[in-house]
Design a protein around this ligand. Structure first.
Ligand code: SAM
Length: 266
């Protein structure tokens, strides 16, 4: 039987042009792989691999990498990027809450803005722990509270219906104490640090254009607003959120989006 929450997730990461978003997010994967110190020969599992950012980075360091994602279109994008990057990654469709991997089979289990989208966060955290060797490392990232991810959603929430219950709640992972608690419940001892990141565009208008054409959650928001005849209003609200969040002083656009990096040991 198909799971409506999983179907909705697959759709949101299929629409738009995710590789454009991935180019913006790449520094987060580079920093995460560096922070863990992935080494040649490490067996690395990337959960919510998307179009391959962290997996490719780890493979370039000589790791043996497996990437799993719920969305078949993302796995196809990752395959294409791995091929053009000249790295081999074992890529598979699968669910973070039921990983098709053996117990304790990876030295590093990482998830860059991936596992936070699994609705069942208890099972997802338990699966990260199960896949990791007793002396291995689990690392996940999540958007920190109060950054761009929160700001735009808050600004446009009045325009479209709230998402149905039972879906992912990625913002819940944005609180360091909550991340530590969730990972501790899975038997993982985590330290969490907040790191800075910003989306950068030549102008505020470009930012709106890129989000609305490439980023699934924004494309989906605009679809919902258009269905209600509110597309003009939706674009204006989004532009307002961009203008208010813009931290660039030079006519450009810089949207601060700090993130949490949790590094945990079993
Ligand atoms: C924001 S993207 C991040 C992708 C990639 N890690 C990156 O940094 O570009 C979130 C990804 O998580 C995947 N995802 C969502 N729920 C998932 C689940 N339950 N299991 C595995 N992957 C999931 C989505 O399909 C999507 O590719």
């Amino acid at each position: 039987m198909s799971d409506p929450a999983a179907e909705a997730q697959r759709r949101v990461w299929t629409i738009g042009d995710y590789p454009v978003v991935a180019r913006h997010l790449l520094p987060i994967s580079v920093e995460t792989v560096a922070a863990i110190g992935v080494r040649p020969g490490d067996r690395v599992l990337d959960v919510g691999v998307g179009s391959g950012n962290a997996a490719i980075e780890a493979a370039r360091r000589g790791a043996s990498v497996t990437g799993i994602d719920l969305t078949p279109a993302q796995i196809e994008r990752a395959r294409a990027r791995c091929a053009s990057a000249g790295v081999e990654v074992d890529l598979r469709v699968g669910d973070a809450a039921a990983l098709d991997v053996l117990d304790a089979s990876f030295d590093v289990v990482l998830s860059v803005m991936g596992v936070i989208f699994a609705p069942d966060h208890v099972r997802a955290a338990a699966e990260l722990a199960r896949a990791c060797r007793p002396d291995g490392t689990v690392a996940i990232t999540a958007w920190a509270r109060g950054g761009w991810a929160d700001r735009w959603r808050a600004q446009v929430a009045h325009l479209v219906p709230a998402p149905p219950p039972g879906g992912p709640m990625p913002d819940e992972w944005g609180d360091p104490a909550e991340v530590i608690r969730r990972l501790a419940d899975a038997g993982l001892d985590a330290t969490v640090e907040e790191r800075s990141f910003a989306f950068r565009f030549p102008s505020v208008e470009t930012a709106v254009d890129v989000f609305l054409s490439a980023a699934g959650p924004f494309v989906q928001f605009m679809e919902a607003a258009s269905a209600l005849g509110r597309s003009q209003e939706a674009r204006q609200e989004l532009l307002g959120a961009v203008v208010e969040s813009n931290a660039a002083g030079d006519g450009g656009c810089e949207l601060p989006a700090p993130y949490l990096l949790a590094v945990a040991k079993p």
